[in-house]
Design a protein around this ligand. Structure first.
Ligand code: UN1
Length: 505
């Protein structure tokens, strides 16, 4: 079978390059498909198509543009089970997560397409009674979307649904680990009959992503992925006139458990935060900062669960953790586990190499790992508690003193994406809410699982600009001011004289 191609200007194309790449399930290494590997020249064609389609697309009403997205909304819902399984097979998340990814995608489409019927500006008072002033929004133009593998359907729609409804055209470079999901999303766009060039997708690796970033005709780049790539994009585009960028990157997120915590909630929230998606959410927690009074109890219960948590076939509903996404993730996870040992931590659970009996039959070639849990006294110099691993690698860190001390430890990392506090004391909750340096904070909940209509994004090294929902409108539109004079004479604001005086009076 010929490899799947790119979707450019309303056509499926194999592109200018000859190289192809494969998608293989991280659980079985079964081959899911073969894909053309996009080149910078393919990206250039896609950007040219997106530019050419701009005038026609922006001339449509918001509501007409949203109609194309509503078709996708229905298709995502109708194919929920099927697509959820595709997500699970391709990126290895267990099936409830695969399905939640698809649900999150249609929620984002619903939000963006529904928003087409909501007001898009403000009427602003003027100093001059006869003037009408409006704040309006215009599309930025071409939006480049670079998306990760861990939410292969949801995050593309975080970026693209809003960008399109707001009147931009799109060039999308999906993650190289999940091209099969991208192919299906592109087929959905094709089926809607969206005008040629409005939506374009080029499969491939970092060189293709980089071509999106470096193309001056791309007005906004929306990127979700690693901090390393995100910061290199920021370096290239920071301060370049006319080019905007939103970066949503990783974290070294923490759950704080105070001496006032309900330990049932604390343990439950910690396990979810650390091990859902096998620790591969940008919001996953790799640090548990626990008050000394409840530490021993918490530790015993958390360790018991970490030792037993069900690792297995992502398509089996009893599975809690699927495999890691690829060989690089496994290597990074193992390297950080070794680093933690070198840094002198006490290892409490080490399931990094699963026993043969723990790996389901027929899955021997998958990227299997289990939880790696350790404890350490707090030391700000330890790299293992500061650097993001993106796997089920988690530190238990006891603290003494008040919530202020817990939050100080919580904040002592370069990142600031998500975090949680577990406490029955409202003063402690409020202190955490007000002082935690994160974009998303939770009380008595895991630090994962944000809903799409909330702002999503981090502070410090975790992010730049608003990645989702209402706030992301800022990144894909220009706010403009329009002022109309209704009088027959010109009168200026600020008391500025409008009198035209001439030398002869
Ligand atoms: C990510 O971790 O990369 O809040 C995104 C959540 C999801 C999105 C996570 N809604 O866990």
């Amino acid at each position: 079978m010929a490899p799947h191609g790119h979707y450019v200007d309303g056509d499926w194309r194999t592109g200018q390059g000859t190289a192809t790449f494969e998608s293989r399930s991280p659980a079985t290494r079964e081959r899911l498909g073969e894909f053309a590997r996009g080149t910078p020249a393919d990206v250039e064609e896609a950007v040219a198509a997106a530019e050419a389609a701009q005038d026609e697309w922006r001339a449509l009403s918001y509501i007409d543009r949203a109609e194309f997205l509503w078709e996708i909304y229905h298709e995502l819902r109708d194919r929920h089970d099927e697509l959820g399984a595709v997500v699970s097979r391709e990126c290895g998340k267990e099936i409830s997560e695969g399905k939640a990814d698809v649900t999150e995608a249609w929620h984002m489409v619903e939000w963006a397409a529904g928003n087409a019927r909501h007001p898009h500006g403000d009427v602003v008072p003027s100093e001059i009674a006869a003037k009408d002033a409006y704040m309006r929004r215009k599309p930025r133009g071409v939006v480049g979307c670079i998306t990760p593998w861990n939410f292969p359907v949801a995050i593309p729609f975080w970026h693209m649904a809003l960008a399109l409804v707001e009147g931009n055209t799109v060039v999308w470079k999906p993650a190289e680990q999940t091209p099969y999901c991208a192919q299906i999303v592109a087929e959905m766009f094709d089926d809607t009959g969206i005008p040629d060039g409005v939506f374009n997708m080029v499969q491939g690796y970092g060189d293709a992503g980089n071509a999106v970033v470096e193309n001056d005709a791309v007005d906004t780049v929306l990127f979700t992925g690693s901090a390393e790539v995100g910061h290199s994009i920021a370096e290239k585009l920071g301060g370049v006139p006319g080019r905007d960028v939103v970066l949503e990157m990783g974290g070294k997120n923490a759950v704080v458990v105070t001496e006032e915590a309900d330990l049932d909630i604390a343990v439950h929230a910690a396990v979810m935060s650390a091990f859902k998606t096998t620790g591969q959410r940008c919001v996953s927690a790799e640090r548990l900062v626990v008050h000394e009074d409840v530490y021993d109890d918490f530790k015993a219960r958390f360790v018991d669960l970490a030792a037993d948590v069900a690792v297995g076939d992502p398509l089996d509903e009893r599975t809690f953790m699927g495999p890691l996404a690829d060989a690089d993730q496994v290597e990074k996870f193992r390297e950080y586990n070794a680093l933690a040992r070198e840094e002198g931590v006490d290892v409490l659970v080490d399931r990094a190499e699963l026993a043969d009996g723990e790996i389901p039959d027929g899955h021997e070639d998958g990227f299997w790992v289990g939880p790696f849990v350790y404890e350490t006294d707090y030391d700000p110099d330890l790299r293992c508690i500061r650097e993001e691993v993106f796997g089920p690698h988690v530190a238990l860190i006891p603290y003494a003193g008040g919530i202020e001390r817990a939050v100080e430890i919580h904040n002592a990392v370069d990142y600031g994406l998500a975090g949680a506090v577990i406490s029955e004391d409202y003063r402690q909750l409020n202190y955490y809410r007000d002082h935690a340096e994160v974009g998303l904070s939770y009380g008595n909940l895991p630090c994962i699982g944000a809903e799409v209509h909330l702002p999503f994004g981090g502070v410090k090294k975790s992010g730049h600009g608003p990645a989702s929902a209402r706030e992301a409108i800022e990144a894909v539109t220009e706010r403009t001011a329009w002022t109309l004079n209704n009088a027959t004479e010109i009168e200026m604001a600020q008391g500025l004289s409008a009198t035209l005086s001439t030398d002869d009076g």
